[in-house]
Design a binder for this molecule. Structure first.
Ligand SMILES: Cc1ncc(COP(=O)(O)O)c(C=O)c1O
Length: 423
């Protein structure tokens, strides 16, 4: 019966056909008893590792008390405690929180907040961004056509500016930041006037679009443009948040303040919960009753998130992400010196991308990328995801509990897979 998928919608794409029954730390186990090293983290969710005992305990204890304490009807202790726990770890200006269930839902909420606060309509996003799969967030997503194809027309008022992607444009960080800021200025002069632009929405590290960190000078320039025109800067930290990049939140690397931050994935260790963080001043302009949802701020999600934040702090996972990230980048740079097809290695903390380029033609090599990922899975029992606008990036996004030995194991398996794919 378990091999009969005829009642499952085919719309889900799959990267494996593994039937898993259990996960622990960096490993998952199939129903056949096979072990895999999971460096996908369920697409950047299980930052605390699979089924961290402290998170599981919090969920079990909460489930025994109450499964659903609806936020329009009741207040509950995990909601209040989570708001305080977040207030301690978010940048000081982001002190007021709203909760929902998925990243896309929170992005949509942030857009609604920006429109109410500014009284303006338009949103500027950046080429290659991924913000979700609902109509509004599809319109904001340009990571690949597959996320939008045959779903037009999509909501209007969205304008796309170049992302500072140094490798793609063959520029230095300095040059690409200047270029992208110049193009942004042109959008404000030709497509979306400042007085009708509510917000700019950016991933501080492009996720689905190819694991590309925005240079700090670009983020600083973006902040200046937003300040100059009274436009809100919204950072989409859905994939980059909660220690992933070696700081609690990725935009902190640039030393800037965001007006609104969107969180999801790593917040709940796998329990669906997302959130919007902003200042009291901005949140106070969000008219009561104009946004909400049945499950947002639900007691189970809040309990999972509260326990997750405690684990991240107590186990020093942000620091571990920075240390293990350096180890991973150093190891990949060495491998790169032996394989010219590995065109670029880049990243922040444990969010690292390997971009494959044909050394003869200079073109993106998605076929090789797929082959390498297939070999890591089949020969090495190592699970890695791909990403990138051309599908030619392997992304490293291991749980933040990964050990030195596990990172070395991943590197060894990756190098063997590269050799096998090129043989
Ligand atoms: C940066 C970013 N924003 C938004 C989303 C959408 O989140 P969700 O799939 O929870 O709706 C994702 C999901 O991958 C993401 O990576």
């Amino acid at each position: 019966m378990l091999s009969d998928l005829s009642h499952i919608s085919p719309v889900w794409s799959r990267i494996t056909h593994l039937m898993v029954e259990r996960g622990e730390g960096c490993h998952v186990y199939t129903t056949d008893g096979e072990q895999y090293l999971d460096f996908t983290s369920g697409i950047g969710v299980t930052n605390t590792g699979h089924s961290h005992p402290a998170v599981v305990k919090a969920i079990q204890e909460q489930a025994a008390k109450m499964l659903h304490a609806q936020v329009n009807i009741y207040l509950h202790p995990p909601l209040i405690r989570l708001s305080h726990a977040l207030n301690e770890i978010t940048p000081s200006n982001l002190d007021t929180f709203f909760f929902s269930n998925s990243g896309a839902e929170a992005i949509e909420g942030a857009v609604k907040l920006a429109r109410h606060y500014t009284g303006r309509t338009n949103i500027i996003v950046f080429q290659g961004g991924f913000h979700g799969r609902t109509a509004q967030t599809m319109a904001m997503t340009t990571a690949k056509t597959v996320y939008r194809v045959d779903y037009q027309p999509l909501p209007g008022g969205i304008f796309v500016s170049p992302f500072p992607y140094a490798y793609r444009y063959r520029m230095t960080d300095e040059q690409v930041s200047e270029f992208a800021l110049r193009e942004l200025d042109m959008i404000l002069h030709t497509q979306s006037a400042p007085q009708e632009t509510a917000a700019m929405v950016i991933e501080p590290v492009l996720g689905e679009g190819g694991y590309v960190p925005a240079p700090p000078q670009f983020m600083q320039g973006l902040r200046r443009v937003c300040d100059e025109h009274g436009i809100l800067l919204i950072v989409d930290e859905v994939q980059t948040g909660f220690g992933r990049t070696g700081k609690m939140f990725a935009h902190e690397h640039a030393g800037i303040k965001a007006d609104v931050m969107v969180m999801a994935k790593g917040l709940g260790s796998g329990f669906p919960i997302s959130g919007i963080a902003s200042s009291r001043e901005i949140m106070s302009k969000w008219q009561t009753g104009t946004h909400g949802g049945t499950y947002g701020g639900n007691v189970m999600g809040c309990a999972a998130a509260e326990a997750t934040i405690k684990v991240i702090k107590e186990e020093g996972l942000v620091e571990n992400a920075a240390t293990r990230g350096r180890q991973l980048m150093d190891g990949l740079a060495e491998i790169q010196s032996r394989f010219p097809a590995l065109g670029d290695v880049r990243g922040l903390g444990l969010m690292v991308g390997c971009e494959f380029t044909n050394p003869q033609t200079g073109q993106p090599d998605d076929a090789l990328t797929k082959k390498v990922a297939a070999h890591t899975q089949q020969d090495g029992h190592l699970l890695l995801l791909t990403c990138g606008m051309y599908g030619n990036v392997i992304r490293w996004i291991p749980p933040l509990v990964a050990t030195e030995a596990q990172i070395n194991e991943g590197l060894e398996k990756f190098e063997k897979a590269m050799a096998a794919a090129l043989s």
